[in-house]
Design a protein around this ligand. Structure first.
Ligand code: DGL
Length: 266
């Protein structure tokens, strides 16, 4: 048993969808969140830069004595896992493997789609991980960079978001996918539009929920679960941007009680 917190980092505010899923599944766990709001977005940056930022973010969370590290950002998860493994002794997980495992268990026809940032899809990490499963015969990947700003703008059920989703998912639907992995922190917020557009025959995989289940099994298998009645949460960011509370509330499902600004890296 361990009452130490779980550390979660993301490029910005989007990773709060992962915190929300963890808190829903594991209310006894405490969470320390770090959002790199001063350097967001990661989705359009080079892999080298994203790896450097990820190492700095993890080093910050290590100072908070976290028992497990969760890389909530899909872009960071797609390029930083080997470097994190080399540098840190803390058990850690990204969001890719849990989402991929869920997709492999759900697909019936073996044709799986994935959408994410330019960096995530460009890295090929999802494609490679999905193809490792026998149940998956074909992967159709589509970068969808316009969706992050639309979600941050709060256009969750908006005709423009719908049009953008139609444009991005048309090739996936044409290829006959029956499962679609939401490979970005922001996409769980537009599940309704995505579901309407791709149709009922396509199952959506929410990486945030899949990651929360992974965290639960990791804690259990390592004997690190918390036995407290209710976990606490603390939130750190590298900048408090305009409209922070409004956007954060959208992702977390409630307001962020107290947020502390810190500097990470050099
Ligand atoms: N958190 C990022 C992801 O899941 C999206 C935002 C960004 O580009 O930094 O890929």
């Amino acid at each position: 048993m361990s009452a130490d917190p779980i550390g979660v980092f993301d490029s910005g505010i989007g990773g709060l969808t992962v915190v929300r899923a963890i808190k829903e599944l594991l209310p006894a766990e405490s969470v320390v969140y770090f959002g790199d709001t001063a350097r967001v977005p990661y989705g359009s940056k080079s892999p080298q830069t994203v790896v450097r930022f990820s190492l700095e973010n993890a080093a910050f969370l290590q100072t908070k004595h976290v028992k497990l590290l969760v890389v909530a950002c899909n872009t960071a998860s797609s390029v930083s896992m080997p470097a994190l493994g080399e540098r840190f002794d803390i058990p850690f997980t990204g969001v890719i493997e849990p989402g991929v495992r869920a997709a492999a268990g759900l697909t019936k026809n073996g044709v799986v789609g994935v959408i994410g940032t330019l960096g995530t899809i460009g890295s090929g990490a999802y494609q490679k991980a999905l193809k490792r499963y026998e149940a998956i015969s074909r992967v159709v990947a589509q970068p969808s960079p316009l969706l992050v700003p639309l979600v941050e703008e709060g256009w969750l059920d908006h005709r423009i978001t719908r049009a953008v989703v139609e444009e991005y998912t048309a090739p996936l639907v044409r290829e006959g996918i029956d499962t679609l992995v939401l490979g970005c922190t922001h996409y769980p917020l537009i599940k309704k539009v995505l579901m309407d557009v791709v149709g009922e025959s396509v199952t959506l995989v929410d990486s945030a929920e899949a990651t929360a289940s992974e965290v639960s099994s990791m804690l259990e298998s390592k004997g690190l679960s918390s036995d407290s009645d209710r976990g606490e949460s603390s939130y750190y960011v590298s900048d408090i941007p305009l409209k922070f509370q409004e956007i954060a509330q959208r992702f977390l499902g409630r307001s962020v009680p107290l947020v502390t600004q810190v500097e990470v890296g050099e």
